[in-house]
Design a protein around this ligand. Structure first.
Ligand code: ZN
Length: 172
C-alpha cells in the first residue's frame, strides 16, 4: 500500500470519528453486564445459546445506541476481558481509541464486530485484520441482521447461522 493511500485512509477514519461524540459510553454497560453473567459459558467457533444472547446484545447496541446504526467491535482477550469500541472498521481504529486496549493479553479469543447494513461476511478490511493478527487471533465473528458468521482462524472453518425471532408473522 502506498504512503499516499495510508494517509488518505487515516484522514477518512479521523473524519468519521470527528462527526460523532465518542464520549458517551452508556452503550457499553448492557454488554458488560451480560458478559459478567455469561462469560464462563462462551463458545466462539460453535456459538451456544449464551453466546448468541451475548451476540444479540452487541447487535442491539450497534443498531439502537447511537445517532445512527454503527459498527460495534468487541474483543475478548486471553484473560476473558472484553474491549469495546464503536465507529470505524478494523483493529487500527480500535487501538486508536485510547485506553481501550490497555492490558490486553494475547492471543485474542474472539474478535466480534457488526455490519449494521445487515450482511454477515468478511469484507476486504476484515480479511486484512484477520491476516494481520494471524497466530494471535483464535476466532472472529461478524454479526449481521438475524445472522452471524463464526470463523475458526486456525482451521479456517466458518459457520454462518441465521437466528432470531421466528413466528408466523403477517402473511402477504
Ligand atoms: Zn466487517
Amino acid at each position: 500500500m502506498s504512503e499516499d493511500k495510508v494517509t488518505q485512509i487515516v484522514k477518512q477514519v479521523k473524519e468519521v470519528e470527528e462527526e460523532f461524540d465518542m464520549t458517551n459510553e452508556d452503550w457499553k454497560e448492557p454488554i458488560s453486564q451480560l458478559w459478567e453473567v455469561c462469560e464462563e459459558s462462551m463458545l466462539w467457533v460453535y456459538p451456544n445459546t449464551e453466546t448468541e444472547a451475548f451476540l444479540s446484545q452487541i447487535w442491539k447496541q450497534s443498531l439502537e445506541a447511537f445517532d445512527k446504526p454503527r459498527e460495534v467491535q468487541v474483543i475478548v482477550d486471553a484473560k476473558d476481558d472484553i474491549y469495546m469500541s464503536v465507529g470505524t472498521p478494523g483493529f487500527v481504529s480500535f487501538l486508536n481509541q485510547e485506553g481501550n486496549t490497555e492490558g490486553m493479553k494475547l492471543p485474542i479469543k474472539c474478535w466480534i464486530h457488526t455490519h449494521p447494513f445487515g450482511m454477515a461476511y468478511f469484507s476486504g478490511t476484515d480479511w486484512t485484520t484477520i491476516n494481520t493478527w494471524k497466530g494471535e487471533l483464535e476466532s472472529a465473528i461478524v454479526l449481521g441482521d438475524a445472522q452471524y458468521l463464526a470463523y475458526d482462524c486456525e482451521s479456517q472453518i466458518a459457520k454462518r447461522i441465521e437466528y432470531g425471532m421466528y413466528n408466523e408473522g403477517e402473511e402477504e
